[in-house]
Each structure stands twice: as structure tokens, then as C-alpha cells.
Design a binder for this molecule. Structure first.
Ligand code: SAH
Length: 480
């Protein structure tokens, strides 16, 4: 349904300013703000500031702007394309406005909309791409908020990519029929292999990729991104992950990835839950590998969303091997791993000067067998240990570490649902850790952190891990 918007009283245009004189009148903050804004263009800035603040002086010399250190006079506006009255002094600003108008130059007066011929936008600069946000002076704070949002959405390398596109325009018009083939080329150019190469700082690879696309327009350019979704809170997703989600045709996600994160994808993107939650029906790892390859071959842009970081207990190694073998391009986007989220929720240092300087990411599931795994030796020599998937093997982990010589008094922190609402924290010692297995009230994912650095945590918001001695608990539960 088309909206019936009211008319704009200020219409946005992009004005050519390269080499043109733009005059700013003012000594302080406001003049500096305008200098910074206009300094993003190739205009020749002339700043009339007889009593310039130190910050403004520094800016002028760092940016090679022309500085007039005399009291303002109309002659200072000569030859200008635009004028900014930014003195903060109403009378002087008015004079500047009148002079500019008498000379036929458009003028802006800071914070005095009634005196302005034009407004300055909040600017997202990805030169040559620019996004200008205007509110007709109604909401500068709102404009900044919108600016920040758009800025996050756009890759920092978008400008470089846009400049590169200029060089391909003629060839694309010559070689590709108008309509779908050309649109497909540009879509792939701006979101596919060339965009990824530019984002990685490799412009010549981007050039080669775009040339290859022109040479073989029928090819399907599938791509798989193995993306870390973070520990659960949607705002712990990286900006890159968010951007890729918005571009994806298909999103494959694990059970631990919350709906709010998956929902950041386009509404028309296909979503496939591939499971991995104890007891639920889910695809096997080899089925997932095969599905990724198949989607890539179909030319789909796939986001494979994994909780936390994809390279930490995420079986990304197998998926990457399958993609590599099939010749499908892929990338890895890191995420905040559960151990970091749990440490943050507990405000506990993972390394601590003079106490511990190393850290182990491990899972309790490798404890079977007679010999102690290497990580246990590291724990004994003082590393902080983060145990993934450690709830059902908590007693085994504790028992083996104590038997191997780690003190039963070693501090332990346990976090359920780290970073999420309903996050719960527990603290105790290694001797208390077996109680974790009996806590059937813990239904969310659980992270266990063991080590002397844990003793430095904030325990004011956590419960004791073994609130009820474990033997007593068992007998209570066993009672009819
Ligand atoms: N790749 C993930 C780990 C996957 S293994 C990462 O980097 O975090 C799954 C285990 O991660 C869970 O059994 C649990 O131990 C831990 N985990 C994942 N999300 C968690 C969360 N929000 N809070 C606590 N532990 C979490």
C-alpha cells in the first residue's frame, strides 16, 4: 500500500564542490563541526576565525584549510559556492547571512533554521557513495541515530567497490544483455566475490573475480558463509554477520541460535533448522555438509549460522573440508564464543596478572579412557579452563581433575544461558561441581569455568553451586 507522505520543504541534492570555495565563519565548536563535515568533501575550505579555538587551529593546519584570522568582512565571502555562519553570535551570523544573500551565495546558519537557505545533512560517507539524512532541522539527534544505523549496515569498503564498478560499466553494457543478466552481474558484483575481495583488502582479486563473471555470465556463483551467531543475545552478533544475514538466500541454523537472530535475515530467505539439540530430530553432520554443497552448487548465497564462534566446537572443520573439496567458495565470520559471554556475565577475568596467563577451551566429553587429556595437565599448571557441553559430565570432570592433583578448592563458575535473559550464575569449588549434574532445573546451555582467576569474579549475583549438599539431595529425590 503506497504511503501518502507530506511534501518535503527541503529537497536533497548532491552539489558539486570539488575545488570550490566553501566559507565557514566562526571560532569554536560549531565551526569545527562544520569544518569536519565539509572536510569530508574535496571543497576548498576557507575558515574565517580571528579568535580560533586551539582545536579549530589544529584542524585547520592538519587539513590544510585556508585560515583568515581577521575579523569577519563581506569580502571574505568572495567567490564562495556555499557559506556557513557558525559563529554562535546571532548578530554576526545574521550579517554573514545577509552578505551571502547579497552576493547570491546559498548560506546556512548553524542552529538558526529560519536564516538557512539549505540544511546540512547527517552524512554516511562511503565516497563516491554518500547517504544524506535530513530532517529539515527538526531532529538533529534523530538524524544522527538514523545515520548510525545506516552506517552499520554498509560495508566500510563499499566506496572502493563503487569506484571499481565504474571501470566495469562499459564492459558490462557491451557484453551482457540488458535486463536480468546485467542485473545479476551487478548484484553479484556488489554482494558476491568482488565485494568479498574488496572487503578483504584485495582489489586486484576483486578485479579478477569481476572479469571472470563477465567472461562466464552463465555460471552460478554460490557462496557459503560460516557465521558465528554469538552466545544468544542478538546484539552480540557482529555487524558483518548481520550484513551477510541480510544478503543470504538461505539460512541454515542450529537449535541454539535464537529466533531473533535468524529473523535478521530477509523475510523471503529460506530458513532451514538443522537441529543439534540433545534428543531432537536433526540432520547428521554429513547431511549438513551435503546440503551446504548442494545449495552452493545451485548458486545460492548461504549463511550457515552457528552458535558462539563457528570454529569452537562447531564442527566447522568438516563443513569447510566438504566445501573446499566441492570447489565452493566460503568464508568464516567469527562470533562471541560462549566462554567469553559467560565470563562477561560473571565479570570474571579469564586471564589475571600474576595468577593465570593461559586459557583452555575444552569439552568434558574427551575424558573417557585411562590417560588424562592434555587440557587437564594445563589446568593443573594454572590455566583457566572453559568447559563446553560439560553439564552431564561434571562429576567426571571434577573427579579426574582432583585425582590428578588440582585442589578441590579451585574456584568454579557456572553460567546457564550466558548473555540471555534468564541467565543464571552459580559459584563454588571443584568439589561442588558434581552437583551440576543433579540440577535438573537447568534447561538452557551451560558453561563451566574453572581456575584460580575465577576467584576474582563478582559473586554478589550468583547462587552457590551446591546449595544443598549433593548426598542429601539425592536421598531427598529418591524418597517417595
Ligand atoms: N560454537 C559454540 C559452542 C557450541 S557447543 C561457541 O563458540 O560458543 C555448545 C555448548 O556451548 C553448550 O553445551 C554450552 O556448553 C555452550 N554454550 C553455548 N551457548 C551458551 C550460552 N548462551 N550460555 C552458556 N553456555 C553456552
Amino acid at each position: 500500500m503506497p504511503h501518502d507522505f507530506p511534501k518535503l520543504n527541503a529537497f536533497p541534492v548532491f552539489m558539486k564542490v570539488e575545488g570550490e570555495v566553501v566559507v565557514i565563519v566562526g571560532d569554536g565548536e560549531e565551526a569545527l563541526a562544520k569544518a569536519r563535515l565539509l572536510g569530508q568533501s574535496s571543497a576548498a575550505l576557507r575558515i574565517v576565525a580571528p579568535d580560533a579555538s586551539q582545536d579549530l587551529l589544529d584542524w585547520i593546519s592538519a587539513n590544510h584549510a585556508a585560515h583568515i584570522s581577521h575579523v569577519y568582512a563581506r569580502a571574505h565571502l568572495a567567490g564562495a559556492t556555499l557559506v556557513f555562519a557558525a559563529s554562535g553570535d546571532e548578530e554576526l551570523d545574521r550579517r554573514v547571512v545577509e552578505d551571502a544573500r547579497a552576493l547570491g551565495i546559498s548560506v546556512n546558519a548553524v542552529d538558526r533554521p529560519e536564516l538557512c537557505d539549505f540544511f546540512t545533512p547527517a552524512l554516511v560517507n562511503r565516497a563516491p557513495v554518500a547517504i544524506a539524512i535530513g530532517t529539515e532541522g527538526a531532529g538533529p539527534v534523530l538524524a544522527q541515530m538514523i545515520r548510525a544505523r545506516i552506517d552499520r549496515m554498509l560495508s566500510p569498503s563499499l566506496g572502493t567497490l563503487a569506484s571499481l564498478a565504474v571501470g566495469f560499466r562499459d564492459a558490462a553494457e557491451r557484453l551482457l544483455p540488458k535486463g536480468l543478466p546485467r542485473r545479476r552481474f551487478w548484484r553479484e558484483f556488489f554482494e558476491g566475490a568482488p565485494a568479498r575481495a574488496v572487503a578483504g583488502g584485495d582489489v586486484s582479486r576483486a578485479h579478477a573475480a569481476a572479469s571472470a563473471m563477465l567472461g562466464n555470465p552463465e555460471r552460478n556463483f554460490g557462496h557459503v558463509a560460516l557465521v558465528g551467531a554469538g552466545p544468544g543475545a542478538e546484539d552480540l552478533l557482529t555487524l558483518r554477520a548481520q550484513r551477510l544475514l541480510m544478503e543470504a538466500d538461505v539460512i541454515l541454523h542450529d537449535a541454539l541460535v535464537p529466533e531473533a537472530v535468524v529473523a535478521m535475515g530477509r523475510r523471503d530467505a529460506e530458513r532451514i533448522a538443522v537441529g543439534k539439540r540433545k534428543g531432537c530430530h536433526s540432520k547428521s553432520q554429513s547431511e549438513i555438509n551435503a546440503l551446504l554443497v548442494e545449495l552452493g552448487r545451485e548458486g545460492k548465497r548461504v549463511v550457515r549460522l552457528k552458535s558462539g564462534d563457528p570454529l569452537v566446537f562447531g564442527r566447522a572443520g568438516e563443513e569447510m573440508a566438504a566445501l573446499r573439496e566441492a570447489g565452493i567458495s566460503y568464508e568464516v565470520v567469527p562470533g562471541v564464543t560462549a566462554a567469553f559471554a559467560a565470563a562477561a556475565d560473571f565479570e570474571l577475568p579469564l586471564t589475571l596478572r600474576g595468577v593465570t596467563s593461559s586459557m583452555v577451551f575444552t569439552t568434558g566429553h574427551d575424558l573417557k579412557g585411562g590417560s588424562l587429556p592434555d587440557w587437564a595437565k594445563l589446568a593443573i599448571s594454572g590455566a583457566t579452563v572453559a568447559v563446553y557441553m560439560g553439564r552431564s559430565v561434571a562429576a567426571e570432570v571434577a573427579g579426574r581433575l582432583i585425582a590428578a592433583g588440582l585442589s578441590p578448592d579451585t574456584a568454579v563458575a557456572v553460567v546457564e544461558n550466558a548473555s540471555l535473559q534468564g541467565c543464571r550464575r552459580f559459584h563454588g569449588t571443584l568439589a561442588d561441581l558434581p552437583a551440576l549434574e543433579e540440577r535438573h532445573d537447568l534447561t538452557g546451555p551451560v558453561m563451566t569455568i574453572i581456575g584460580d582467576a575465577v576467584a576474582g569474579a563478582d559473586f554478589s549475583r550468583s547462587q552457590a553451586l551446591a546449595a544443598v549438599p549433593s548426598r542429601q539431595r539425592v536421598s531427598e529425590e529418591a524418597a517417595p
